[in-house]
Design a protein. Structure first.
Length: 281
């Protein structure tokens, strides 16, 4: 069976994912709030829909790759998908049970499926898909995950507990801590009259080194803020992490500090810049 896909959201991640869905030979219907951003996918063979409802009509799998859970609720409400369609919710939307509840009220077969990886892996089809969903929906959705990812890590048979999104928040707590710390270490070096490269060379190749540190520090030193993962989304994720932890009874000081730092950078006008702009806060 060839799976027809409706992709709602063609931002940094959705654009790359859409290309790889097409490259895998799956019929693709796309919608994006700002239609121009979806047009390259239409040029590559996708059907460009005028609204979310037109996009999901006739699709086997509806993929949401929007900014946050509020956008997802709003767009899925407008899409009004049909009972029985599979909904792969790939936005990083935290652990709000409202999304599986919405799926239940619409009669959709819900798969909680956030991704690990950024712009380049999205463009090259090398994301890691974290997924929770019933075994009987996996055959339908797996061709989509295979198109966008290098692997799928199925973590639970029941999507209602958002097990994949829970894992995603843990992974992103690490990503955000490392990125905020990279920005601070470079800022500290400069403030103390230390060559930031001396810091990078000192940890380079040792147990404290990290490819991510080298990548983000290189971007900071080049003052290259081209977004792979925007500062606004980093602030949003930091706040989701802190809220989920608080609800679970855990206080996170590093994540709270990182979230505040990304929020400050976003409010200073760097929301659309890469999260390496944590340095600028
Ligand atoms: N970039 C990464 O490295 C990365 C990695 C893993 C997961 N994620 C997560 O994946 C999701 C998408 O990330 P991204 O980097 O692709 O973000 P992005 O480039 O900022 O794209 C956001 C998407 O949401 C849409 N949107 C924003 N506000 C909306 C609204 N009010 N109503 C309807 N649509 C709205 C945007 O439409 P417009 O084009 O009209 O603005 C765009 O399609 C986020 O949850 C992010 O946290 C990102």
């Amino acid at each position: 069976m060839t799976v027809t896909v409706a992709l709602l959201g063609t931002g940094i991640m959705g654009a790359g994912m859409g290309r790889n869905i097409l490259a895998a030979g799956l019929p693709l219907r796309v919608w994006n709030r700002t239609a121009e951003k979806a047009r390259p996918l239409a040029d590559a063979g996708a059907v460009l829909a005028a609204d979310p409802a037109e996009a999901v009509a006739g699709a086997d799998v509806v993929v949401t790759m929007l900014g946050d859970g509020h956008h997802v609720r709003d767009v899925m409400g407008r899409a009004a998908p049909s009972a029985g369609q599979v909904w792969a919710q790939m936005t990083t939307a935290g652990v709000d049970p409202g999304l599986p509840e919405l799926a239940g009220s619409l009669g959709l077969r819900f798969v909680d499926a956030p991704v690990v990886g950024t712009r380049a892996p999205a463009e090259s089809g090398q994301l890691l898909v974290l997924a929770a969903g019933a075994p009987e929906v996996r055959d339908t959705v797996q061709p989509v995950f295979d198109a966008v990812g290098r692997a799928t890590r199925w973590v639970a048979d029941d999507a209602s507990g958002l097990a994949a999104s829970r894992l995603k928040l843990v992974v992103n707590s690490w990503v955000l801590a490392v990125t905020a710390a990279a920005g601070e270490a470079v800022a500290l070096a400069e403030a103390l009259g230390v060559d930031p490269q001396a810091f990078l060379d000192t940890v380079g190749g040792g147990p404290l080194d990290l490819p991510y540190l080298q990548t983000k520090a290189a971007a900071i030193l080049a003052r290259d803020w081209t977004p792979s993962f925007s500062t606004a989304n980093a602030a949003k994720d930091g706040e989701l992490i802190v809220a989920a932890a608080a609800e679970a009874g855990v206080r996170l000081d590093v994540a709270a500090g990182a979230a505040a730092r990304f929020r400050r950078a976003a409010e200073a006008g760097h929301g659309d810049d890469d999260m390496a702009a944590a340095y600028l806060a």
